[in-house]
Ligand binder design. Structure first.
Ligand code: NA7
Length: 549
């Protein structure tokens, strides 16, 4: 056969969000590989580039929702608020891109349409909507777990005469709601953040709610120099403790706190209540570090459900509205806890109406509004806060083909099969960051992507050192990981809630846990073990010759 086509790059990365940015830094600056990053957006920052809706904010503290790889970066950067706004977190990612000279290898406004593995040459061929046609040995999907927007295909959607927006595709110039009758569909984190602000601006607001969330106050505030200083002095220790925590974050009442070890059902009701109250006053998502049996037993989970029901009821004046806003039929924490800033009180306003669309779903959208139970709600603007085809959507929307032309959609017909949340059988040299099968959305995803980025950097270096060209999981290893992940999920109450963690928000999506729920320490232990044992569970090959498993 003739000469092999030369690789244009060692590695192609799809996505310039936090995972792609770090992977570029690590692979190029720290390991010397040639790398090209593509992103459909006009700037870096991934989901934070797109989600510009009013009120968009991170629900993890700024000092934690940030990179740990550079001591200098951690020391230099100044956060202005306890929880960063979309604008601030986007400034941060732009700063990182500048500081580590990343922009010159990122091609923006370019969507990857297909990634095809060429078995003749063991190269990935990537094609984009800008006409790029490039080859690389390795391809990394840093495509994000909340980046493929979900807009339900309501009957009559295209007939609506007013304006419509999706929270995840918000116009850069913003939206003026004054004098408008506005409808918001969806009450997940995005809806809950934006609803209070739209309510203040619009004439009338109608909120269409399918499932009420468990609401916890975020308690955002300006960053104090003292707090910032104390974190910076102890950052190393903070980061080590975070890696041991279930959610990857530990801040509580402005102190790092180790996750609870005791069980909710073995402490006294008073001690339990005190823990819940302390977390409530601190604000945010720290309940994920509360008693471990909250995840596994209904009895324990119910105690927190009751606590939340009471807290929520205190904030709502109308008892009929309260009945609709307070969740009662699914376990808490198994859908992401929703952190708010005045969301519940918004329903005490005269210009806000809550419409329950659980039992009687939206029937249709007409030229003038939204119809529920035969009633037309007249609207000038509809805001879709309807979330994402989470975790897998950003990959399944790209035409990805592995060995023998196998498409990713075929391989994933019954759920996103993978090994260690890093690679997929029959798709050699294709890596995922924060993807399915990893603790992804259940762990502070920036720390996870740093860990995975380093893991795959080491893996590629190992391949080169041993003159190997392909790495891919064996079918057995993939099967075992899929089974192990399902087993871990089934030990929890996760399958008992209809969440995007389980693919339940997208009609027809296979219902499996999209993340590895066994915790980060347990996850990283298994990834480390595979690597030190000569990439156990993987097939390594030198061109077409299999070298080891
Ligand atoms: P989410 O959390 O998926 O919320 C989407 C919301 O839209 C949720 O309330 C859905 O109800 C609702 N939805 C979706 N489809 C429909 C239809 N067909 N009819 C009515 N309502 C619907 O997305 P977010 O953008 O708020 O947040 C995503 C994540 O980003 C968040 O968890 C954080 O990790 C950051 P449902 O609950 O499915 O019944």
């Amino acid at each position: 056969s003739g000469e092999e086509p030369v690789c244009d790059f060692d590695v192609i990365i799809v996505g310039a969000g936090f995972a792609g940015l770090y992977a570029l830094h690590h692979l190029r600056n720290e390991r010397g590989f040639s790398v090209r990053v593509y992103d459909a957006a006009g700037g870096v920052g991934g989901t934070w580039y797109w989600n510009r809706y009013p009120g968009a904010r991170v629900d993890i503290e700024s000092v934690e929702y940030s990179y740990s790889f550079s001591h200098e970066l951690q020391q230099e950067w100044k956060w202005s608020e306890r929880y960063p706004s979309q604008a601030e977190v986007l400034r941060y990612f732009n700063h990182v891109a500048d500081r580590f000279d990343l922009n010159r290898d990122i091609q923006l406004s370019t969507r990857v349409n297909s990634a095809v593995f060429d078995e003749e040459t063991n190269q990935w061929i990537i094609q984009t909507d800008r006409g790029d046609h490039v080859r690389a040995r390795y391809c990394i999907m840093a495509t994000g777990f909340v980046s493929a927007p979900n807009k339900p295909n309501f009957k009559g959607l295209e007939t609506f005469k007013g304006k419509q927006y999706h929270t995840a595709k918000w116009p850069h110039e913003g939206v003026d709601f004054s004098g408008q009758r506005v409808g918001v569909i969806g009450t997940g984190s995005s809806g809950v953040q934006t609803i209070p602000l739209i309510a203040k601006e619009a004439d009338e607001l109608v909120v269409f709610q399918r499932t009420p969330g468990y609401i916890v106050p975020l308690r955002n505030c300006p960053m104090t120099p003292e707090y910032s200083q104390s974190v910076k002095e102890n950052y190393g220790k903070w980061r080590r403790t975070e890696r041991k925590a279930f959610g990857g974050y530990i801040a509580l009442n402005f102190e790092p706190v180790n996750p609870n070890k005791k069980l909710a059902m073995e402490v006294s009701p008073e001690e339990r209540q005190a823990d819940y109250e302390m977390r409530y006053q601190s604000g945010g998502l720290s309940y994920y570090n509360s008693f471990p049996d909250l995840f596994t037993t209904k009895e324990a989970n119910d105690t927190l459900v009751e606590f939340f029901q009471e807290k929520m009821r205190e904030r709502i004046t109308d008892s009929d509205v309260a009945e609709k806003l307070i969740p009662k039929d699914y376990p808490i924490l198994m859908k992401r806890l929703v952190a708010d800033n005045g969301y519940l009180e918004t329903f005490n306003r005269d210009n806000v109406t809550l419409v329950d669309v659980k039992n009687s779903p939206i029937e249709e959208i007409t030229p003038n509004g939204v119809v529920v139970e035969g009633k037309e709600y007249k609207l000038d603007t509809i805001v879709f806060a309807t979330g994402f085809d989470a975790v897998t959507g950003s990959m399944t929307r790209i035409d990805i083909r592995g060995r023998n032309g196998l498409t990713l959609n075929e391989h994933w017909a019954n759920g996103p099969r993978n090994y260690l949340g890093l690679m997929i059988a029959e798709f050699p040299n294709l890596f995922m960051l924060d993807g399915p099968g990893s603790p992804g959305a259940f762990f502070q995803p920036i720390l996870l992507s740093e860990y995975q980025g380093r893991w795959l950097g080491e893996c590629i270096e190992y391949m080169n050192r041993h003159n190997l060209t392909c790495i891919e999981p064996s079918a057995e290893a993939e099967n075992e990981w899929v089974e192990h992940s399902a087993e871990m999920a089934n030990k929890t109450l996760l399958p008992k809630a209809d969440s995007w963690y389980m693919g339940a928000n997208i009609p027809g999506k296979p219902r499996v846990s999209l993340m590895y729920i066994g915790g980060f320490p347990n996850y990283s232990k298994q990834c480390n073990a595979a690597a030190v044992n000569g990439y156990k569970g993987f097939i390594l090959s030198d061109h077409k010759k299999r070298v080891s498993t």
